[in-house]
Design a protein around this ligand. Sequence first.
Ligand code: M6R
Length: 579
Amino acid sequence: MCGIIGYIGSKEAYNILLQGLKRLEYRGYDSAGIGITDSKTGKIVLNKAVGRVEKLKGKEIKGTIGLGHTRWATHGKPTLENAHPHLDCSGKIAIVHNGIIENYLELKDRLKKKHTFSSETDSEVIAHLISENYKGDLRKAVMESINDLYGTYALCIIHQDKKEIVVARNGSPIVIGLGEKENLVASDVSALVEHTKRVIYLDDLEMAVLKQDSVEIFDKDGKKIEKNIVTIDWDLTQAEKAGFKHFMVKEIHEQPDIIRNTLNLEMPKIKNDFKRIFIVACGTAWHAGLVGKYILEKHARIPVTVDVASEFRYMDPIIGKGDLFIAISQSGETADTLAALRLAKKKGAKTLGIINVMNSTIARECDDVIYTRAGIEIGVASTKAYISQLIVLYMLAESLSGKEINGLKDLAAKALKTVDLKVKAQEIAKKYFRVYNFLFIGRNINYPTALEGALKLKEISYIHAEGYSAGEMKHGPIALVTDQVPTVAIAPKDSVYSKMVSNMQEIKARNGRIIAIATEGDKDIARYADDIIYIPKTEEILTPVLAVIPLQLLAYSIADMRDCDVDKPRNLAKSVTVE
Ligand code: M6R
């Protein structure tokens, strides 16, 4: 949700900021902007564009101190006026902001008597507030100003007369990169690794002052503090497409390796003395949690409750000592999941994170963390992170029960065969890519697979898709079935196969067209399905891993045929750091 980058050093800042924004663009891509203190005039010059970062290319501003921002609109449409950086009235102070200032209207009312506002954003109030408090010391002015802010922020500020960048954090991630005679700051390390591998993660209510040769960190009372320097082990080649048309399809193809890598990780020792497990997550990670419930209850026989984080945080949950709370998150920064985690901790539960991004806020705040081995996931639609979350949940079930899950070791090889179904998925996509509605049905452990298949399709192709438990169809959704509304039925040969077949027949009887995800060798399914994608045979508990891959491929092929921007679907962002 919004990407921030800042540079101070001896090099020209513009292209460094531009490159950083490209790396951060997955966080938001409604508009972008760069602000630099012009080395000739000494004044801050802005360059903004509506749409993609690319539009800022070739419009260099000369100078060695600057800020960049890529926006995911919250307050106000994606216009030039609403794009960051925002200036105060004098034009001497520029700010970039990620987060939401909840009391901005109240502040705006107070400030507009003396200050002229030029955007509809909540962020602009911060620039005017700092200007109001500025008496020659930028850090002090920022410190005073943030006392008045109610909400979340990662903030970077420059003043044309100062050779420094002031940074502040509350609730939105920000990380500082330590260079040689230069320092950088960004929303995440992807924008820093080209310059340095030594970073400092700011925590909530901390501030930093970056100069060319120094970085100072301050606590909430303004006292200077020392922080750990973390060395990051990122491989930038992971952030390239490697010959694939999109990151999403590259990431789908990486899944067999990711299964292997994740199975090799060392599990932390978690004592199995819990009364209950609560899994909380959002979006695709929530779907992983739903599969996790089946896995943990079937294999480890521990009761599991799964909730979306945005609901859990407001439901006054009955959770406490003796319970295990599991947060699942690819980014480790999702605002709702983080809030739910903090609530569970406050109520005394033991907390465990299943997280992909190292050192992310959720990872740092959990009692224990298991890092999934998905590598950098760039496509906004989560694919490989989901698979790695499922693998960790299987391993957790093994560890909590002390019993092995048969077939887990063969799963990577079977996933490799499943990834090869791309051509079949394209063939089916050609038949259906023009429809307006899709249904996805599944039962038992593959009910969440149906939800995930529908989410993948809707988010990247903009086709309306609903995921349903197959048994629920007759309670309403079957009314939608016509020959223009195809249904994807996840029907591997498992304990609920005959029930799935009955549900498919009910759809056929109403002229519905069916695409079945079935087990290799199941010839009978052809009687009920118009199209079939066969997945390798595996144990029932493992079928969600193999069944979701053709759904990812189908969604990808349909979205690509519809010429959609697969890796950056409209209105979405990779890291959802606002509520
Ligand atoms: O980073 P997280 O795993 O916490 O993100 C959760 C969701 O925002 C994410 O899974 C989202 O639903 C994806 N766009 C799904 O493809």
